[in-house]
Ligand binder design. Structure first.
Ligand code: CAA
Length: 407
């Protein structure tokens, strides 16, 4: 299978009118490179992820070997420049790959999404050359895995309410506190840990630290038992007098909340793509099944009741894709895209739940059992309405931006 670590000029060619007036046409075509990346991801998902996906879900088994291979293909640091170990691709390519992986295995997809958008992106954007050499290179090339430790028992949607503290002690910071809902918590090597360095300044008093799991005082605590994405791990973490060098602070003191919010802007495109993949996977399965399954002497796809469902599922899936590609294209053009990323996540996650539910209905009783995959897709879809900002938080982000900047 070909790798994807080739230099890309792959500018987003979807949906965004070109900046230059004379070329101002809306182009829905993918570039050759983008098609190649999508097809590579599709082939990988079908050959390497599909065979064990039901078993990993049942056994809550992390796809370690598959993630290693995804690293070799360049999927773990897709938007990181090649000089720092990444594939040097655009956000549109990332969406395409995330969607294909998610069509088959949403658990592997969230591992990929967190490493790409929440860990590698921030390190590339805010890291010093020394931090990039030491931490970004192994993460972007898939040799190491990252996690993003922002959420706490009392700081979920209210992310700036950090109880974890970091107190300066010479060249070190001493970190105490607890995190929860940390994707890759058990399996990661490196963590971006957010902590309050100045309680008075709330969101402006938060800093971000790069933490190696071997640091004394670092502990992986409870692993959650989940409804879906059971092939990925979600853990609590504890920090007890954990000493982290000042040189491992990402960004400046007090920049942490901005690092988190900007990373989440991109992360939400990743989760929206995960939701899109689930919707596409469920739709394809429902469509295929409806053309095979016979009742009353004919394929059930002949019945309007089924046709209407399929039509609605396809329309909403396409609408989700358009919103996602718009946000990704804006990211590639270095425009502000917080509103668009919130919109695409809000819509795509709702669509994933709805389409997966309808896919079960099209399958009838078979949809309710594991071997037809769609029951897992529904369980996996639900989390996309919750993590990286609940649907309620996405409404806040969209509304605040509308009120501040207009439509
Ligand atoms: N980019 C840059 N700066 C931003 C920003 C953005 N997208 N969003 C906010 N900021 C800045 C604001 O401009 C503001 O700065 P000033 O004070 O200088 O104006 C500062 O940050 C504080 O912003 P708000 O006043 O808007 O902050 P808030 O406390 O009201 O919170 C919120 C806003 C949108 C609710 C935010 O807390 C939020 O997004 N919450 C959800 C958190 C979340 O998504 N958690 C997911 C955890 S990670 C996860 O799930 C990963 C996983 O493992 C899968």
């Amino acid at each position: 299978m070909p790798g994807i670590s080739v230099k890309k000029q792959a500018r987003a060619s979807i949906l965004i009118p070109d900046q230059k007036k004379k070329e101002k046409t809306m182009n829905f075509n993918l570039t050759e490179d983008q098609i190649m990346i999508r097809d590579t991801a599709r082939q990988f998902a079908e050959e390497e992820l599909l065979p064990g996906v039901i078993d990993r879900d049942e056994q809550e088994k992390f796809p370690r070997e598959q993630i290693r291979k995804m690293g070799e293909l360049g999927f773990m640091g897709m938007m990181v420049p090649e000089e720092w170990g990444g594939a040097g691709l655009d956000a549109v390519s990332y969406v395409l790959a995330m969607t294909e992986i998610s069509k088959v295995d949403a658990s592997a997809a969230v591992v990929m999404s967190v490493n790409n958008s929440l860990v590698c992106w921030g390190l590339n954007e805010f890291g010093t050359p020394e931090q990039k050499e030491k931490y970004l290179k192994p993460l972007a090339s898939g040799k190491k895995l990252g996690a993003f430790a922002l959420s706490e028992p009392n700081a979920g949607s209210d992310a700036s309410n950090q109880a974890t503290t970091a107190v300066r002690d010479g060249d070190f910071w001493v970190i105490n506190g607890a995190k929860n809902w940390i994707t890759n918590g058990e399996n990661a090597d490196l963590y971006l840990v957010f902590a309050s360095t100045d309680k008075v300044n709330k969101s402006h008093g938060i800093s971000c630290f790069i933490v190696d799991r071997s640091t004394p005082g670092f502990a992986v605590l409870k692993k959650e038992k989940k409804l879906g994405i059971r092939g990925s791990d979600t853990c609590s973490l504890g920090f007890t007098d954990m000493r982290v060098s000042h040189s491992d602070m990402l960004g400046n003191e007090g920049d942490g909340f901005r690092v988190a919010m900007q990373s989440l802007d991109g992360g939400r495109i990743g989760i929206a793509s995960q939701a899109l993949g689930i919707a596409k996977g469920a739709l394809e399965r429902a469509l295929n099944y409806s053309k095979e399954r016979k009742q009353f002497g004919q394929e059930i796809s002949n019945f309007q009741a089924i046709q209407w469902k399929l039509a609605e599922m396809a329309m909403e899936t396409d609408a989700a894709e358009l919103l996602i590609m718009k946000a990704a294209s804006m990211k590639d053009e270095h425009r502000k895209y917080s509103r668009e990323s919130a919109m695409c996540k809000l819509f795509a996650s709702k669509t994933a739940v709805k389409v997966a539910l309808e896919a079960i209905q099209v399958h009838g009783g078979y949809g309710y059992v594991k071997e037809y995959h769609v029951e897992r897709m529904l369980r996996d879809a639900k989390i996309t309405e919750i993590y990286e900002g609940t649907s309620e938080v996405q409404h806040i982000v969209i509304a605040r931006d509308l009120i501040k900047n207009g439509y």
